[in-house]
Design a protein around this ligand. Structure first.
Ligand code: ADP
Ligand code: MG
Length: 240
């Protein structure tokens, strides 16, 4: 579904992504782990066209999204993103947050958009909050709504950038449960996370990034039980 070749990105003198090779198949759940500043968010943001890489290819179903005139909004309906800081529209209700992309970008009718929104709000346990202002919600509730909003666009793949890092500890488990359910249902997911339990249990493949490169990748068993690189071992040592 996604194939990345020789991807490079720098900010000023800083090489943030250095020759990234990365691929994702339909139905795979991939977790990306690594220290702060290693380039994890930048990689996700390139896949979602929130950043413009310097060079390389990002093939989505074989077509390079960095070339030609890609419709960015359309691309983002297929490749959705869930952020650490939720990024809900503050002045809108929960329901409106879940409808606006559907009506504006997918041109769905209000009725259809509402039906879909309620379906996904129910899925994440937030249907009773449909008419609340998003500002009234706790962090965990906001993240549930953000996930529902992303699902409403019928994405083929969802990118999660540290979706539980801004949450109170007691909220983390509920969000991870929602994500695990989506994984079990076969959604293709790329998840940047520091939740090593989730990475171990849920992902098909774990990618360890260090200083702008993919230092090591493999199954959870390979990465967590038999890492081959010293820097992977050092990183994991801090968590295990
Ligand atoms: P991670 O998500 O792994 O913590 P990021 O991809 O956010 O890493 O950032 C990688 C590096 O790029 C960091 O050193 C960060 O400070 C820098 N960086 C990220 N975004 C920008 C930006 N818009 N301008 C300048 N530097 C940036
Ligand atoms: Mg980040």
């Amino acid at each position: 579904m996604i194939e990345i070749h020789r991807l490079k990105k720098h900010f000023g003198n800083l090489e943030v992504l250095n020759n990234i090779e990365f691929h994702v198949k339909k139905g795979e759940v991939i977790t990306i782990i690594g220290s702060s500043g290693s380039g994890k968010s930048t990689l996700l943001r390139c896949i979602n066209l929130l950043e413009n890489p310097d060079s390389g290819e990002i093939l989505y179903h074989g077509k390079d999204i960095l070339k030609g005139n890609i419709n960015i909004n359309h691309h983002r309906t297929k490749v959705g993103m869930v952020f650490q800081s939720f990024n809900l529209f503050q002045n809108k209700t929960v329901l409106e947050n879940c409808m606006i992309g559907q009506t504006k970008i997918l041109k769905r009718s209000k009725e259809e958009a509402k039906e879909k929104a309620m379906f996904y709000l129910k899925k994440v346990g937030m249907e009773q909050f449909a008419n609340c202002s998003s500002t009234q919600l706790s962090g965990g509730q906001k993240q549930r709504v953000a996930i529902a909003r992303a699902l409403c666009m019928d994405p083929e793949v969802l990118l999660f950038d540290e979706p539980t890092s801004a949450l109170d500890p007691e909220m983390v488990g509920g969000i991870l449960d929602v994500m695990k359910q989506l994984a079990d249902e076969g959604l293709t997911m790329i998840v940047v996370t520091h939740e090593m339990g989730f990475a171990k249990e849920v992902s098909d493949r774990v990618v360890f990034m260090d200083k702008g490169v993919i230092a090591e990748e493999g199954t959870p068993e390979q990465i967590f039980i038999n890492p081959t690189q010293e820097r992977t071992k050092e990183f994991l040592h801090r968590y295990l």
